[in-house]
Design a protein around this ligand. Structure first.
Ligand code: PAF
Length: 279
């Protein structure tokens, strides 16, 4: 496992390996790694000759400066965890290395970023696309692995790949959960003990909603979820939407012929947690 900090060095090493015919798997992360990231790393190591993991807290995707400042950073623990999975390269650039000058590119996601996270965090997905497209240029992966917890992010990155006519294969991987059901997230580290206990109510509510879908209309179920979450004094719901899995359009009826995903964002104190479930 070799640590690389410079773009030119990463490009040089990877292009040499590509010329030797090696396949490249890539796991982009912002660090504070948990079992979700490690499962992506394991999948990449299994399916590719070479695996690159990046750790970079990308400033352009934070629309809230306080969120950027408090985002957990624990590089030594991250490297120790990664070493057990034997990726080949860990790319850890500084901000100046990734953004020698401001990135002014604006991506067109159609309506994909006008709903849910896009609507509630303006500019967030444009920042994600800026950094992921830069990372794809440097790493030139055959396969890039993303967690389905960030369901809308996966849809947006697939759209970016289409827009850029990139040949990267975007591989979505299942949500990894804590024992009590809470979706693993680096932000879980920011919860205090009581908040952490109550946060499990989010996934519990999604699982129950899945079972109730047969009895309730879409609108009734949405109202039920909002009510369930807001009943808990530690939680405040930002949105719960049931959308189709490709265009992320709200569905009106269970009869529609598409895959339906319930997406939720909940504020736990100052911490925003997201989760989703496929109906
Ligand atoms: O999902 C994340 O951690 C980030 O959005 C990503 C894809 C690493 C881009 O900074």
């Amino acid at each position: 496992m070799e640590i690389i900090k410079l773009v030119a060095e990463a490009k040089g090493k990877i292009s040499k390996l590509k010329k030797e015919g090696k396949s490249i798997g890539f796991v982009p992360t912002m660090g504070a790694l948990h079992d979700g990231h490690l499962s992506l790393t394991a999948e990449s190591v299994k399916k590719n000759d070479i695996t690159v993991v990046s750790i970079f807290v990308n400033p352009t995707q934070f629309n809230n400066p306080n969120d950027l400042e408090t985002y957990p950073r624990c590089i030594d623990a991250d490297l120790e965890k990664l070493s057990e999975y034997h990726p080949d390269f860990i790319f850890i650039p500084e901000v100046e290395e990734m953004y020698p000058e401001p990135d002014t590119r604006v991506f067109d996601f159609g309506h994909l970023d006008l709903v849910m996270e896009g609507k509630n965090r303006p500019g967030h997905f444009n920042g994600v696309a800026q950094v992921v497209s830069k990372l794809f240029d440097i790493v030139t992966p055959d396969n890039a692995y993303f967690g389905q917890k960030d369901f809308q992010q996966v849809a947006v990155i697939k759209q970016m790949v289409r827009e850029l006519k990139s040949s990267v294969n975007v591989v979505p991987c299942p949500i990894i959960r804590e024992k009590d059901g809470l979706a693993m997230s680096s932000r879980n580290l920011l919860l205090d003990e009581e908040q952490r206990k109550n946060a499990s109510k989010i996934s519990e509510t999604l699982f129950k909603a899945c079972n109730l879908a047969a009895e309730f209309s879409v609108n009734e179920l949405k109202a039920w979820v909002v009510d369930e979450i807001n009943k808990n004094p530690y939680l405040s719901i930002e949105y719960f939407e049931i959308v189709d899995d490709t265009y992320l359009q709200p569905i009106e009826s269970w009869d529609e012929n598409n895959v339906k995903v319930g997406c939720i964002t909940v504020q736990v104190g100052k911490i925003r947690l997201i989760d989703n479930i496929t109906f």
